[in-house]
Ligand binder design. Structure first.
Ligand SMILES: Cc1ncc(C[n+]2csc(CCOP(=O)(O)OP(=O)(O)O)c2C)c(N)n1
Length: 331
């Protein structure tokens, strides 16, 4: 496997920063009641989304979760369409009907966020089978949390993908918590870091490769997904990426269930600062360059917010459009 070029290392930094700034802005807008409903963000977990997305081709697929904005931005989703969707506006990618938890953007291979935990694990073998039938060399990555890994669909999906040797990469974002339930108190199996059963070790039970990586290191995630992608024609892989969410499970979560030390640990291992240090060490980015990049990205996000603010709400008579796909069976 080739190591990433300087250009790709820089691209990883740019995408992580875009995810971080987008989500920080979304949190602010939610607090100011501009975004309705419910909001889960992935602040602190950007290296997983970006390590995965940069190891994939644009036409590869991602199945996402309730914490999915980062996955979509990392895969190249347009900020305007995403922001307008969070606002529930008619110009959103799903015309305001998907919202934060059911957004999809097929144009970049993002087959959908999903509010039902681990559902991507059982959708992925179906996508893998479609790839096989079309004789394509695409792959599908399904992302899910450590909590989702303790649901039945995880085992069903891994079993079927392994049995039929489908081009699926299962990526568990282990952020130590399933809402307010600690991974360490809810997960059986050999202990891994941090305390709690290893999800990666479960791969052995299905006879597929399993790997545990530092999910705050974008390069480590990129390498693991690149390896899994390279062998996807032979069957699935399972990757467990250990990371830390810096914010509440949802916006407004008081987080009484955990100490401040964990967030401090997350900030110490900030994947973006880490990548900036690597780029600086290689002479690929200096402080002025980083400032300039941040300014340009903030402007991109300002533009997405203005677009969302100016967009109309869907009309009542549109309530039943776009709900069902045209479907026909062809041999
Ligand atoms: C089938 C199902 N059960 C329960 C829930 C409620 N719920 C939403 S998020 C969540 C915790 C998910 O934890 P994890 O899978 O580790 O992902 P994270 O939130 O940490 O990203 C729960 C229990 C749900 N959405 N779906």
């Amino acid at each position: 496997m080739n190591e990433p070029t300087g250009e790709l290392l820089l691209e990883m930094y740019v995408r992580m920063l875009r995810v971080r700034l987008f989500e920080e802005r979304a949190r602010e807008l939610f607090a100011n009641a501009r975004i309705p409903g419910f909001l889960h963000t992935s602040v602190g977990q950007e290296a997983v989304a970006v390590g995965v997305a940069t190891a994939l081709r644009r036409d590869d697929y991602i199945l996402s979760t309730h914490r999915g904005h980062g996955h979509l931005v990392a895969k190249g989703g347009a900020l305007r369409g995403l922001m307008a969707e969070l606002y529930g506006k008619a110009n959103g990618i799903c015309h305001g009907k998907g919202g934060t938890m059911h957004i999809a953007d097929v144009s970049v291979g993002y087959l959908g966020a999903n509010g039902v935990l681990a559902s991507g694990c059982v959708l992925a073998p179906g996508v893998g089978l479609s790839i096989r039938h079309r004789k394509s060399d695409q792959v599908v990555v399904t992302l899910f949390g450590d909590g989702a890994a303790n649901r039945g669909p995880f085992h069903e999906g891994v079993n079927m993908a392994a049995l039929w040797k489908l081009p699926v990469i299962f990526v568990c974002e282990n952020n130590r918590w399933a809402s307010t339930t600690a991974h360490a108190l809810s997960t059986a199996g050999a202990s891994a870091r941090p305390a709690g059963g290893s999800i990666a070790a479960r791969a052995a039970g299905y006879g597929i490769p399993g790997e545990s990586v530092d999910g705050n290191d974008v390069l480590a995630v990129w390498r693991a997904v690149s390896r899994a992608r390279a062998r996807a024609a032979q069957g699935p892989s399972l990757i467990e990426a250990h990371t830390i969410r810096w914010v509440g499970h949802f916006e407004g979560d008081g987080q009484a269930y955990r100490g401040k030390d964990e967030v401090a640990e997350g900030r110490r291992t900030d994947p973006i600062a880490r990548q900036a240090a690597l780029l600086a060490e290689r002479g690929l980015l200096d402080a002025a360059g980083a400032d300039d990049m941040r300014r340009r990205m903030s402007a991109e996000i300002d533009d997405a917010v203005s677009h969302a603010e100016a967009s109309p709400l869907p009309e009542p008579h549109e309530a039943l459009t776009d709900l069902f796909a045209e479907w026909s069976w062809r041999e």
